[in-house]
Each structure stands twice: as structure tokens, then as C-alpha cells.
Design a binder for this molecule. Structure first.
Ligand code: AMP
Length: 112
């Protein structure tokens, strides 16, 4: 998708600190970490957000969560982690390409 920063990262037009890549998704460190460990997992398919996840994306989303499970076990989130996806303005979504934040490495506060 033209003008999508995450599509440009997928295409290699913008550099990233890549952690993992396969034919369906990419994981890379967030440029502005909110926790000692903070990375993003994004589908290569351009979906704007969680409100565009339908049954056709079931396998993709399951795959992404499998990747999250593997990466968190390798990176060593022994005391747990949080997965967040912001959808739309009220949630503070700033990049309109579906992404899952994975945060950990400290005790995270509760939501308000
Ligand atoms: P959200 O606010 O939920 O849409 O999250 C977007 C996230 O993308 C933010 O946490 C940003 O810090 C992160 N981000 C934006 N541009 C980049 C980039 N070039 N490389 C890595 N992370 C980025």
C-alpha cells in the first residue's frame, strides 16, 4: 500500500531492527519502546486494523500468535508479556497497518 510506513518496512524501503520474517509476517523492534522489550508483529498483507479481521484472516492471525509465542520464548519473557493492538483514533492508532505490540521485560501497569 502506497504511503504506508509498515508496507515500506516490509518492502525494505525503510530500515528496521528486524527480529523475524516469513512469507506472512514480519517482527521488528518498535522505534519508540514503551517497555524494556517492545516489538511489533505485522502481517505482510495490508489490513488497516483489527476492524478488518474477518474469517479469511483466521489462519493469518493464528500464525501471527504462533510467531509471538515462539519469539517471546526465545527472547525470554519469562515473567509474562502483553499483546496490544490499537484500532482507530480513540485507541490511539497512529499507523494504519494492523500491528500487534508485544511488550514485556518489566511489570506492566494495569489499564485504565
Ligand atoms: P500505534 O500507535 O498502536 O499505531 O503503534 C504504532 C507504533 O509504530 C508506535 O509504537 C511507533 O513507535 C511505531 N513505529 C512507527 N514508525 C516506526 C518505525 N519506522 N520503526 C519501528 N516502529 C515504528
Amino acid at each position: 500500500m502506497e504511503n504506508c510506513i509498515f508496507c515500506k518496512i516490509i518492502a525494505g524501503e525503510i530500515s528496521s531492527k528486524k527480529i523475524y520474517e516469513d512469507e506472512r509476517c514480519l517482527a521488528f523492534y518498535d522505534i519508540a519502546p514503551m517497555a524494556p522489550q517492545h516489538f511489533l508483529v505485522i502481517p505482510k498483507e495490508h489490513l488497516t486494523g483489527a476492524n478488518k479481521i474477518y474469517e479469511e484472516q483466521e489462519a493469518l492471525i493464528g500464525h501471527i500468535f504462533g510467531v509471538i509465542r515462539k519469539l517471546t520464548s526465545v527472547i525470554g519473557f519469562s515473567d509474562g508479556f502483553r499483546v496490544v493492538t490499537n484500532c482507530g483514533k480513540d485507541a490511539g492508532q497512529t499507523v494504519d497497518h494492523l500491528h500487534f505490540h508485544v511488550l514485556g521485560g518489566k511489570e506492566l501497569g494495569s489499564f485504565n
